[in-house]
Unconditional design. Sequence first.
Length: 358
Amino acid sequence: MFKKIEILILVVILIISIILPLHKVYAVDSFFEIKQKEVSKQENIEMIINLNKIEYEKFKFVLIADTQLFDVNAKEDIVLNKDDNEIYIEIDKTVTNLSKISLTYKISEDKKVGDTISFVACITNSDKEDESKTEKVQVSIIENKKEQDNTENKEDETQKEQDNKDSNQEKNEQEENSASKEQDKKQENMPVEDNKKDEPKQEDTSILNNKEELNNKDQEKNENTKKLQTVESSEKITNSKNLTSKETIQSVETKSLNSNQQTTETIKYKGSNNNYLSNLYIDGYDLNKEFCKDNNTYFVNLTKGTSTVNIITEKEDNTATICIHGNEDLKTGTNKIIVNITAENGAVRTYRIYAIIE
C-alpha cells in the first residue's frame, strides 16, 4: 500500500517537473506587444503596453521608431509626450488603475508596400535609473487584400470586354461584306436608261460651276482694291511714328539700367544650403538599415560593456560642419547619439542613432 503511494508521489513530481519548464518557455512576459507584424497602408498599427508585466512601480516608457510618431495616439486618458520620432509616458502604478495602455499609429503616406518600420520600446525605473528593459519589434507594410481582389476582378472584366469587342467587330465586318456584295449585284443589274437620265444633271452642274468662277473673280478684284488702300494708310502711320521712336528707345534703356541696379543690390549669396551626409556608420558595428541621406533615424545593437563608439561621417559639401553628441559614456539600455550637420548658410540637419546595450 505504501509502495503504491510512493509511486504515485513520484509520478506527480515527474509531471510537475516537466510542466513547469514548459510553462516558463512558453509564458509571454513581454511588456510591449504589436498585434499584427504585417499591415496594409489603410490599417493602423495597434500597440499594447502591458503594465502588469512591469515590476517597476514608477517608470518612464519610451517608444522610438525610424519614422515620425506624431500620429500615435492613446486610447486611455493619459499624457502622451511626442518629439519627432519619439514618444514617452511617465507612469506611476500606485496612482493609476490601468492594467494596459493601448496605442494606435496611423501609417504615414510616404511609406510604400514592402517598407518596414522598426520600433524600440524601453522602460527605465524612476527609482533606479540604471535599471531598464528594452524590446524591439519590426512591422512590414503589405498590399491590401481588398485591393488585390479588386485588381484581379478588374483584369477579368477588361478581358471580357475585349473579347466582346472582338466578337462584335467580326460580326460588323461580316455584315459590311455581305452588304457590299449586294450593292455590287444591284449595280450590275441596273438598266441602261438610268444612266441616260443622269446625263442632263451633269450639264446642269457645269453651268453652276461657270457661275461660281465668275463670282470668285469679282471677289478677287474687290480684295485687291482694299489691300491697296490699307497699304497707303499704313505708310502714313509709319512715317508719323518714326518721329517718336528714338525717344521711346531712350526711355526703355534708362528703365532697364535702373532695374539692373535694383537686382544687383538685393541678390546676396549667403552660402551653400547643403546639409546632407553622404555616409554615416559606426566603426565595428552595422546599422539596422543601409544609410540614406533622407533617413534621419537608425538603430544599432552594441555589445555588453561598451562605453564609447567611433562615429564615421562623410559630408556632401565640404563647407558644412559636423558636431557629434552622445557617443561617449554609454550605459545599459537605449542611448541616443546625435549627429548635427550645419550648412554654410546656417541650416542644420540632425541624424539620430539609437545605440542599444542589453
